[in-house]
Ligand binder design. Structure first.
Ligand code: FNR
Length: 382
């Protein structure tokens, strides 16, 4: 992606370039409720701050004279090759951000060749999202609830509609203490937004006396009774294995012992993440947890990363510490808020160009060339 051509220079004036500008535009576009639902974190916001501090603390120590004329940003995951080391993170209830919602983000991802991870809490059913993506790569993110028939049915639907990996989010058995949302009395789910995957699920509907169309209140009530399950433990993973052939990634791991348990339970991938600082206040910055998780995993399975990624250099740091690929969260949501599908595309395009330039200027040609030797040793432990 050429960034300095005359055409792109002109185009860049129509939209923001920096993350902070996108965020500002989103702030101007959205009402308080939805804006703070996206921008807010748990409690005092200290984990969101820690995410940034952990990334800022790591420093790149670039090399010269390395012939970086030809570069390759591609990465392989579960037998597929992707041209860039980024994916769009699962983000629910996107219709509160823009009327195009997940369909806009998914189309942008498809067009840019970036895998899209569809959330259980999407405002559109997973089949509708799949439909707008053609055969572009997509993964499904599961919020694992109390009704195992509904879970099994969701897994079946994900396989049938072409999702090629399953992301199981572990850090959200309940929503964190989100002070802005409490102050704004804002919870998207109360209006039934974000439950499209349930309303379209045959197993879910079979538990209701009337169809959701006839009795939406009863449907929402049943959703609230099953949508999360705080009693799950490691031994429950066997259920998912029985019900899907897809590779299983666990999202929300920030502790070396959980990384060990994940390996012992034979999962296929780990996503080091603290949900963008939205769950546990006062927690470790996610990037700080990445090296210890990678040390445990020793390359046996891919380790992905999110929480706090805003620019190309952030991606280069995460990859150098051992991540295979990185998920974008709020950056693309702000793109969606400000410009729908086109906004998301611009965020992705700029991010890829920024990664490419930072890689080259660091003296590396490929993502595989990135390791801890690129980072100032005083900025990280090992
Ligand atoms: C999220 N995230 C999230 N994660 C998930 O597994 N399922 C989901 O439905 C959601 N929904 C969601 C909504 C909003 C508004 C945000 C901001 C985040 C977490 C997301 O996948 C990712 O972990 C974080 O967004 C990464 O942090 P940054 O990059 O936003 O700081």
């Amino acid at each position: 992606f050429q960034v300095y051509s005359p055409e792109t220079a002109k185009e860049n004036q129509k939209y923001p370039v920096a993350f902070e500008e996108w965020e500002k535009l989103a702030r101007e576009t959205l009402e308080d409720g939805p804006y703070w639902y996206v921008a807010g974190g748990a409690g005092s916001g200290s984990t969101m701050d820690a995410n940034r501090e952990a990334i800022d603390r790591i420093k790149i120590q670039q090399r010269m004279f390395c012939d970086v004329e030809e570069r390759d940003l591609s990465v392989s995951l579960f037998g597929q090759t992707y041209h860039s080391p980024i994916l769009l993170a699962p983000i629910g209830v996107q219709s509160i951000i823009h009327e195009e919602g997940e369909l806009g983000s998914a189309k942008a991802a498809a067009e840019m060749g970036i895998p899209y991870i569809a959330s259980t809490a999407s405002s559109f059913a997973m089949e509708e999202i799949a439909n707008v993506m053609g055969d572009a790569p997509r993964w499904y993110q599961l919020y694992w609830g109390k009704d195992q028939d509904v879970t099994a049915s969701m897994l079946r639907r994900a396989e049938e509609s072409g999702y090629s990996a399953l992301v199981v989010t572990l850090d959200t058995p309940m929503l964190g203490w989100r002070e802005q949302d409490l102050r704004n009395a804002y919870l998207p789910f109360i209006n039934g937004i974000g439950i499209a995957n349930y309303l379209s699920d045959p197993a879910f509907c079979s538990k209701l006396e009337k169809s959701p169309r006839e009795d939406i209140r009863a449907a929402i009530q049943y959703f609230f009774s099953i949508y999360s399950n705080a009693s799950l433990t490691w031994k429950d993973l066997a259920f998912l294995r029985e019900h899907t052939k897809l590779p299983i990634l666990l999202k929300g791991i920030v502790h070396r012992e959980d990384a060990e348990l994940a390996l012992q339970h034979g999962v296929d991938g780990i996503i080091v993440s603290n949900h963008g600082g939205r769950q546990v206040d006062g927690a470790i910055g996610a990037l700080e947890a990445l090296p210890e998780v990678c040390d445990v995993v020793q390359g046996k399975i891919p380790v992905l990363f999110d929480s706090g990624i805003r620019r190309g250099a952030d991606v280069i740091k995460a990859l150098s510490l051992g991540a295979t690929s990185v998920l974008l969260g709020r950056p693309y949501v702000y793109g969606l808020a400000a410009g729908g599908e086109e906004g998301v595309k611009r965020v992705i395009r700029n991010m890829i160009a920024d990664i490419d330039l930072t890689l080259a200027l660091s003296g590396r040609k490929t993502i595989k060339d990135l390791d801890r030797s690129l980072l100032a040793s005083s900025s990280h432990d090992s």
